[in-house]
Design a binder for this molecule. Structure first.
Ligand SMILES: C[S@@+](CC[C@H](N)C(=O)[O-])C[C@H]1O[C@@H](n2cnc3c(N)ncnc32)[C@H](O)[C@@H]1O
Length: 469
């Protein structure tokens, strides 16, 4: 007996894990487009945003709560995902988000507005070529000129030695039960059996052994969705980029941000490709070989660059701020597989001091205040500071007069209720930041009134009020 798959071959019988992805942050996507020289779209009065394959919608709903002037849409064909997401939406009182139970091919019937941003995470390399073509059609017809797309996929060469793990599991376990979770458990058990009996595939393939250890720690729903869908094909960057070019999109960057800089993310011996690669597609393709890339978070835009990457003009309206206190901010980082970077100059401390006092100020305001530095130098320094998560793009200016605190918004109380993690941390929607922020257990407990004997006007309440929580 076979578990239920949809006509497209994707599993529809069980829900996927529902979580918030910081990479979906519209203000960060807009910043990456600006770094690529794209004229920065103005989001201050709102924007339209669509999540294709939104699952139960945690990311979409979080961003809707954090951006009340924008309109959000989530599309997914799994009825349980949409029912679950809709329930959260209603309890949270979020009215700027529509979750639609549709296949990708069906969305045109809904007369959705054209989108400023379209995200598709965990979808593109897990669907058939026909579904990929439907997704590209949506990008071609529904993404506005100048619009931004975030597209993630399993990549090569990283998956090349590991793809048989998926094939063996399916070969052995598919058909063993009608319950796809049991099938997934059986598949993992079989791989462990092969590894423990010293099967040469594992003996000769250290990466596969490491991956098996990792798989054992994953939620079984992830294993089912990741490996038991009918279509699953990791892609070379070149194939994905060339497909998307046909939909009118141009590659503009990648998450994490440090991957956009060969001189930082490549070992010294391979850095020459940064200058010798004839174009960005060739550079990315070579970089994936050098870094053995397994997964890509790619950002594309429906536009061509109009500015030089560090152009102050293009960055003038972008707001930045700090999410941590100055004492907690690290200005050095060992880039995985690359260099260690440390930001030592005075310019970095000046910028931190400025945003500490003017959280959410624009770069134009920063240029006017840091007159000892050329605007280009400020743009470049901020770029490194964002790479290190020291400084973050913000949606709004933080008010200096903090209003008295009434407590968490209805949306955040709902998010806190449903996200109880083992370590007690939660992600809450921060309208001043324009995205979700992670709150550690102590702060979350205090905000939720679980900690006794504390007064409202503590630092954590002040910070929550400043961020609009
Ligand atoms: C791996 S999950 C990723 C979910 C979510 N984006 C995330 O990253 O947490 C892929 C999602 O795409 C949806 N999906 C797959 N094929 C689809 C199709 N043809 N039409 C609509 N949704 C589809 C699935 O139901 C599933 O929720």
């Amino acid at each position: 007996m076979m578990p239920e798959h949809s006509a497209s071959g994707y599993i529809r019988s069980i829900e996927y894990i529902d979580r918030y992805y910081g990479e979906f942050n519209p203000w960060m996507l807009r910043y990456v487009a600006a770094l690529h020289g794209i004229a920065c779209p103005d989001f201050s009065e709102g924007f339209t945003y669509c999540d294709l394959g939104c699952g139960s919608g945690m990311s979409t709903l979080m961003l809707a709560a954090a951006n009340p002037a924008a309109q959000f849409f989530g599309v997914d064909f799994n009825p349980e995902h949409i029912r679950h997401g809709e329930q959260t939406r209603q309890v949270a009182g979020i009215d700027n988000c529509v979750l639609l139970e549709r296949t990708f091919g069906e969305i045109y019937a809904d007369a959705l507005p054209d989108m400023d941003i379209i995200v598709l995470h965990g979808v593109y390399s897990w669907v058939s070529d026909e579904t990929k073509a439907e997704l590209r059609d949506i990008l071609r017809w529904k993404l506005k000129p100048g619009g931004i797309a975030l597209i993630t996929y399993n990549a090569l060469p990283g998956w090349a030695p590991l793809a048989p793990l998926r094939d063996f599991m399916r070969e052995y376990a598919l058909g063993s039960s009608v319950d796809i979770l049991d099938v997934a458990r059986e598949g993992i058990k079989y791989l462990h059996f092969l590894a423990e009996t010293d099967a040469p595939y594992f003996r000769n393939n250290t990466a596969a052994r490491q991956m098996l250890d990792l798989l054992g720690r994953h939620d079984i729903r992830y294993i089912a969705h990741e490996f038991f869908t009918k279509h699953w094909r990791p892609l070379y960057f070149r194939e994905a980029a060339e497909d998307l070019i046909k939909a009118g999109l141009n590659f503009c960057g990648q998450f994490p941000l440090y991957l956009n800089y060969g001189e930082i993310c490549l070992p010294t011996a391979s850095q020459s490709i940064t200058t010798t690669a004839p174009n960005r597609i060739a550079f990315e393709t070579h970089k994936d070989f050098v870094r053995n890339t397994m997964f890509r978070w790619d950002i594309f835009v429906k536009a061509t660059p109009q500015f030089a990457p560090d152009s102050p003009e293009n960055h003038r309206d972008i707001r930045f701020g700090l999410l941590k206190s100055i004492g907690e901010i690290q200005l050095e980082m060992q880039i995985p597989g690359g260099r260690k970077i440390g930001l030592n100059g005075e310019i970095y401390s000046r910028i931190l001091d400025f945003f500490n006092l003017n959280c959410g100020a624009t770069l134009g305001e920063t240029f006017a205040s840091l007159t000892n530095y050329k605007p280009e130098e400020v743009v470049s320094a901020v770029q490194y500071m964002v790479m290190l998560d020291a400084v973050r793009p913000f949606a709004k200016h933080v008010k200096t007069q903090i209003p008295s605190v009434a407590g968490l918004s209805q949306a955040n109380r709902t998010f806190a209720d449903i996200q109880l993690t083992a370590d007690g941390s939660v992600v809450l929607a921060a309208p001043v930041f324009g995205a979700g922020i992670l709150m550690g257990r102590e702060d979350a407990d205090e905000l939720l009134g679980k900690t006794h004997g504390k007064q409202e006007h503590t630092k954590v309440f002040e910070r929550a009020a400043a961020l609009g929580l």
